[in-house]
Design a protein around this ligand. Structure first.
Ligand code: SAM
Length: 281
């Protein structure tokens, strides 16, 4: 049975994807969770009706939220992911042998449970069998308060600034992240679409610049996200993503990345003018 799933990106435009089967549909304490099968993108997770990940294009987002930071920091040993309950970010972090521990702090246990059940290619490292991975089911805003100077890298792999993720886009949270990072730590946060979300970006980067000495935006193409033009914030206490980047180390990596590479690491920070204007000081 062919059903068209439509996500509205604005009141007047969106994306529509042909689905063949609903694999799971349920409500947690926080949100509606649906996992459907689609003809174009494979299995797809929706939270409150918004596309989170698809099997076909998740490699782009997870490569780009993880590898720029882990190849800029010279020796990332301890990494925290806030959100990321599908497991894709943890999977990519585990490819870095120098990482001794990756902690996942996801507010909704149902997302982890159903990702393990229906999205095994993403959840491969969060099924409890990897001793280098620790899972917490908790609000990232609460979790971060109890940790000072503990992490080399913190990735905020959250939903959009609505519902439980609202606080993850505010200056108070960025100050807590700053404190939880070691003196040379790096924070990455998904920072929405430069095409549709100029206002969110302006506020977000203003807050980041009030806290971190180095703040840059970089881009990636994610076909199932609003406009397909997506972005990430690189907020750093010491290392700059371009001038402190060791291209050789990235080029010599001993694992395949389907989207990220040592040249794209640099190119992703080159922005179209309108995106640069969104976050101008
Ligand atoms: N790649 C997706 C994107 O860019 O929209 C994000 C995917 S991941 C599934 C987003 C996760 O953030 C969800 O599972 C959601 O439950 C989690 N989340 C939202 N607010 C949170 C919070 N305050 N603390 C921890 N996790 C949170």
């Amino acid at each position: 049975m062919d059903l068209w799933y439509t996500e509205k990106h604005t009141d007047n435009a969106g994306i529509t994807i042909k689905t063949t089967e609903t694999l799971f549909s349920g409500k947690s304490k926080y949100q509606q969770l649906d996992i459907v099968d689609t003809l174009e993108f494979g299995r797809m997770m929706l939270l409150d009706g918004l596309v989170m990940v698809t099997e076909r294009d998740e490699f782009i987002y997870h490569d780009m939220i993880v590898h720029p930071a882990l190849f800029t920091h010279p020796n990332p040993k301890k990494v925290l992911v806030i959100g990321g309950g599908d497991g894709g970010s943890i999977r990519e972090i585990m490819k870095h042998p120098e990482v001794e521990l990756a902690v996942l702090c996801e507010i909704d246990g149902l997302v982890i449970e159903k990702s393990i059940e229906f999205l095994p290619s993403m959840a491969v490292e969060i099924d409890g069998n990897n001793p280098r991975v620790k899972l917490h089911v908790d609000d990232g805003l609460a979790y971060i308060r109890d940790h000072q100077k503990e992490f080399d890298i913190i990735l905020v792999d959250s939903t959009d600034p609505i519902g439980p993720a609202v606080g993850l886009f505010e200056e108070n949270f960025y100050r807590l992240v700053f404190t939880a990072l070691k003196d040379d730590g790096i924070m990455i946060a998904q920072s929405e679409s430069p095409f549709y979300h100029a206002k969110i970006q302006k506020n977000m980067y203003q807050s980041l610049r009030a806290v971190f000495p180095i703040v840059e935006m970089y881009q990636a193409f994610v076909p199932t996200y609003p406009s397909g033009f997506w972005s990430f914030a690189f907020a750093s206490k010491a290392y700059h993503p371009i001038t402190d980047f060791d291209r050789d180390r990235s080029a010599k990596r001993n694992f395949h990345t389907h989207y990220y590479n040592e040249d794209l690491h640099l190119g992703a920070f080159m922005l179209p003018t309108f995106a640069r204007d969104n976050i101008a000081k």
